[in-house]
Design a binder for this molecule. Structure first.
Ligand SMILES: Cc1cc2nc3c(=O)[nH]c(=O)nc-3n(C[C@H](O)[C@H](O)[C@H](O)COP(=O)(O)OP(=O)(O)OC[C@H]3O[C@@H](n4cnc5c(N)ncnc54)[C@H](O)[C@@H]3O)c2cc1C
Length: 454
């Protein structure tokens, strides 16, 4: 990894951003023999994936875990990281705080019968879901959950769990941006309930939640090492402009640039729009700037809590809490005493702007009120997540304004989860490889040059 970008390098592909998407793209393109460079503004690879040691404990500033799905397991294997992997114990419960207690969220048919999170009437209503039919393009996530699973199912279970992923209000989230892609990824079932029951009966198990002993950055650091000098850190891209043979990618303000046949943007939506504004793009791009991100405060706590589980979300019917949910990293991955609280998000944006003292006081006080265990602060971090709310209606139009030859492969353009990012990067690498093959076929002179004495 280094920070130098020449005065005018010539590459097949310039990737902007070295989060997991850009890093996997680099690896995949290099493996296909393509000449690729990844330009990263920060002084480290990983993007929102960032693990740190605070007072001797591993904390995650962004995602707390991924799943050992095939794309992730494949990377772990290829990068020789098996010994670093930590997986969550099987059958860990997940809780929702409702009416003064943590109650177990049903994660299967047995759990559904036993849980006291929903009343008997609420359970009966929940099971009517198969007659409601799949989510509709024009409804909100909240409307779909209410229509299909009833008010209790929405308020106490699906609303907090699904809204929690995006730190969003499900009533403000059109189903087509978040829920329908998920439903399609599940194989477009007629009913989520029947499909989950079928999976439970046939023993179909999800890959376990996983991380690494030193946190998820182990994966992105290893990918960064693997990219070698193709990865340029402290290389903020300031503009992308079309040239005769492709694109000129300007880095910083000092005349550093890379010439590339193809450009891939893996950066957040507003940054993508800014970079393309000088690249002959039309006003449609302006729409990308309007895609809302939810600000989120991530507060790491240390506690003697000795409970087994993923952690908890707070029912949408509970009022007066600044906390949205808490991950029990201690129980998940044996990180002694570490818990991670999320505050802010949609509707509570101003909380994220308050000072650290306010955030840690609220997080610790509410943690103790809910679990009964005192907690002391370790650190505070602020981040943001794609909201997938009504502002996302402009995404399609914005994306169609991206000029040909520039690809967007980002967590706001397709699914945000780490396994999806790996899969999307691999898919695009294959597409780019074919595209470049066709370009080079049309350029015999360049092939002769590249072939040396042929
Ligand atoms: C708080 C939080 C919790 C999450 N929890 C989970 C979870 O539990 N499980 C899960 O699977 N997923 C989770 N996700 C989602 C997942 O982590 C992300 O979608 C994924 O890591 C994004 O990777 P990326 O490479 O697409 O984008 P990013 O990580 O955003 O990378 C983009 C990179 O582009 C760089 N950049 C920006 N502008 C420029 C520029 N002009 N020039 C050069 N570089 C630039 C940035 O510095 C950054 O490094 C979570 C995300 C967040 C934020």
């Amino acid at each position: 990894m280094n920070a130098d970008v020449g005065a005018g390098e010539q590459r097949d592909v310039a990737v902007v951003g070295a989060g997991i998407t850009g890093l996997v793209l680099c690896r995949e393109l290099a493996e296909r023999g393509r000449d690729v460079v990844v330009l990263e503004a920060d002084d480290r690879p990983g993007g929102v994936i960032e693990s740190r040691r605070v007072q001797g404990r591993v904390v995650e500033l962004g995602p707390q875990r991924t799943r050992l799905t095939d794309p992730v397991a494949g990377l772990v294997d290829e990068l020789d990281l098996e010994r670093e992997v930590v997986t969550a114990p099987p059958d860990l419960p997940l809780y929702v705080y409702r009416d003064g207690r943590l109650r177990r969220a049903p994660l299967g048919p047995g759990g559904f019968l036993r849980t006291d999170l929903l009343s008997l009437a609420g359970k009966a209503r929940f099971l009517a879901e198969p007659v409601a039919g799949p989510p509709r393009e024009e409804e909100s996530v909240a409307d779909y959950f209410r229509r299909s699973f009833g008010e209790e199912g929405y308020l106490h279970l699906l609303g907090p769990l699904f809204g929690g992923i995006y730190a969003s209000d499900p009533a403000r989230m059109p189903a087509r941006h978040s829920l329908i892609p998920l439903w399609r990824a599940f194989g477009s079932p007629r009913s989520f309930v029947l499909s989950a029951a079928r999976r439970a009966l046939t023993g179909g198990e999800r890959p376990p939640p996983c991380s690494f002993a030193e946190g998820l950055s182990t994966l992105t650091d290893a990918l960064g090492e693997d990219c070698g000098d193709r990865l340029r850190l402290e290389a903020p891209v300031s503009a992308v402009a079309r040239t005769d043979r492709g694109f000129r990618v300007s880095v910083g303000g000092g005349g550093r640039r890379v010439e590339a046949r193809r450009v891939v943007l893996t950066v957040p939506a507003a940054e993508a729009a800014d970079l393309l504004a000088g690249g002959g793009a039309d006003g449609g791009l302006e729409r990308l700037r309007r895609l809302r991100y939810n600000p989120l405060a991530v507060v790491h706590l240390e506690s003697d809590l000795e409970r087994r589980g993923f952690g908890y979300q707070i029912s949408l019917a509970e009022e007066g809490f600044a906390t949205r949910g808490v991950t029990w990293n201690s129980s998940l991955f044996g990180r002694r005493g570490v818990c991670t609280a999320y505050l802010g998000g949609m509707g509570r944006e101003e909380d994220v702007g308050r000072d650290d003292a306010w955030l840690v006081e609220r997080a610790a006080r509410e943690f103790e009120a809910i679990t009964g265990a005192p907690a002391r602060p370790l650190s505070v971090h602020r981040t943001r997540v794609p909201a997938h709310d009504e502002s996302w209606n402009a995404r399609g139009e914005g994306l169609s304004a991206v000029p040909p030859g520039i690809h967007v492969c980002a967590n706001w353009e397709s699914q945000a989860g780490i396994p999806s990012r790996v899969r999307e990067a691999r898919r695009l690498a294959g597409e780019l490889d074919r595209e470049l093959g066709e370009i080079l076929d049309r350029e015999p002179a360049r092939r002769l040059d590249a072939g040396g004495c042929r």
